[in-house]
Ligand binder design. Structure first.
Ligand code: PGA
Ligand code: ZN
Length: 420
């Protein structure tokens, strides 16, 4: 099978700026479509989102350069390749780009092609994308254990104005049972949270990811209390059925060795911040922690891991590792984290994403596959990846079409696997 045609064009992502969508047609007539997201608090070590920087269109955020790169460079370079060799095809695109972070052709251009090709081949073989990924990379996953929801319910940081410094508070399903039921429990708790926030005179407007973004919240600790209350009111046991996951996205409030908690009007040293975090671990049913320190503050990460581990709580690396095997290997070697967030567009090809997950699995790092805050699309490939590599969680917001499409895909997969 070879590619006979590639269409590449701009679509709008949830943040209102353009992103890349690609339709690949194979010589047997099968097609695959894929689009890619972008982040709001992207790590500085991520693959490049190539924007036009042409101020006359979308304030410089058009992606026509990326699209032209697909048409004029990528397509000619891959059109004679065997598309069933996804690893070879992804490697070819990386070589053609020639930079360490896909700065020349754009991570957005390369990933859209990578995923659209995989979908086209899966369609040609008449198998679901997750099955194609399992077969292609021999992931050896146990499909009896599907990823559980980690549903963002309160968001702040770069995702909303005048709210918490921490970027995300999530409700994570930690109990057994089928995923669709676990999604139900978490979402029911989210609905209860709306009432709890209202009773506390806080707004229930939503932020980038469709989670509540309450203005005037007193401090970074308040969401824990509200969420525990919401879980109980929904009829579930905090710490047993559902736990709380947080993503500090600490790079966003770090400056010159200090962590600035604006909402609390104070600036903490890494050690003070660490002690603050430990007090939360003692008090609240925390399921996971993510990016609790700045992306290059390796010392604090290393210092914090034994503390998180003492409470049996995984510390997930996101901006620290950016779905990159080299940075993951460093985190493994230094014992800086115990889990990794997976975002396809942080690295820019399907193959590199899956390889990162396999390295994580081999080293006992739990994986959580994640949406992006800045601009998501309705593409659900991240869910198929999560299923194919055996992620423990998928992290996605609770409302808005581009978010719920992910949970809906997960429930569809579950139903298909159960033969319903
Ligand atoms: P993003 O943040 O806005 O960079 O996608 C999401 C996250 O940090 O997990
Ligand atoms: Zn994060």
């Amino acid at each position: 099978m070879k590619i006979s045609k590639i269409k590449a064009y701009e679509i709008l992502a949830s943040g209102g700026y353009p992103t890349v969508e690609v339709e690949v047609t194979l010589d047997n007539g099968f097609t695959g479509i894929a689009s890619v997201p972008y982040g709001a608090s992207a790590g500085s070590h991520e693959a490049t989102v190539l924007n036009d920087e042409d101020q006359s269109r979308y304030g410089g955020k058009g992606v026509l350069k990326a699209i032209n790169n697909i048409k004029n460079e990528i397509f000619p370079a891959i059109k004679d390749l065997d598309v069933e060799d996804q690893i070879g095809l992804d490697k070819k695109m990386c070589e053609l780009d020639g930079t360490p972070n896909k700065a020349r052709l754009g991570g957005n251009a390369i990933l859209a092609v990578s995923l659209a090709v995989a979908r086209a081949v899966a369609n040609a073989k008449q198998i679901p994308l997750y099955r194609y990924i399992i077969d292609t990379y021999n992931t050896g996953v146990d499909l009896n254990k599907l990823p559980n929801p980690m549903i963002v319910v309160i968001e702040g940081g770069k995702h909303a104005d005048d709210t918490t410094d921490l970027q995300e508070f999530c409700i994570s399903a930690i109990g057994e049972g089928r995923v669709s039921e676990n999604i139900r429990k978490a979402i029911e708790s989210y609905h209860q949270l709306k009432k709890v926030l209202k009773e506390n005179k806080l707004s229930t407007n939503v932020g980038n990811e469709g989670a509540f973004a309450p203005n005037g919240i007193p401090d970074n600790e308040a969401p824990f209390k509200f969420i525990v209350e919401a879980i109980k009111r929904a009829g579930y046991e905090p710490g047993k059925d559902l736990g709380i996951s947080i993503d500090a996205a600490a790079s966003e409030f770090y400056e010159d060795g200090k962590y600035n908690l604006k909402v609390e009007n104070r600036s903490l040293t890494p050690d003070e911040l660490l002690a603050y975090y430990e007090s939360w671990l003692q008090k609240y049913p925390i399921a996971t922690l993510e990016d609790m320190f700045f992306e290059d503050d390796w010392d604090s990460w290393v210092k914090f891991l034994p503390i998180a581990s003492k409470y049996n709580v995984p510390h997930i690396a996101d901006d620290l590792t950016v779905t990159n095997v080299e940075r993951l290997q460093k985190a493994i070697d230094l014992k800086a984290a115990s889990a990794i967030l997976i975002k396809l567009n942080q690295i820019g090809t399907l193959t590199e994403t899956v390889q990162c997950c396999m390295l994580a699995n081999k080293n006992g790092f739990m994986t959580t596959t994640s949406h992006r805050g800045g601009g998501e699309t309705n593409d659900t490939a991240m869910v198929d990846v999560a299923v194919a590599v055996g992620s423990r969680f998928v992290k996605v917001g609770p409302t808005r079409g581009e978010r719920v499409s992910k949970y809906n895909r997960l429930m569809q997969i579950e139903s298909e696997i159960l033969g319903e």
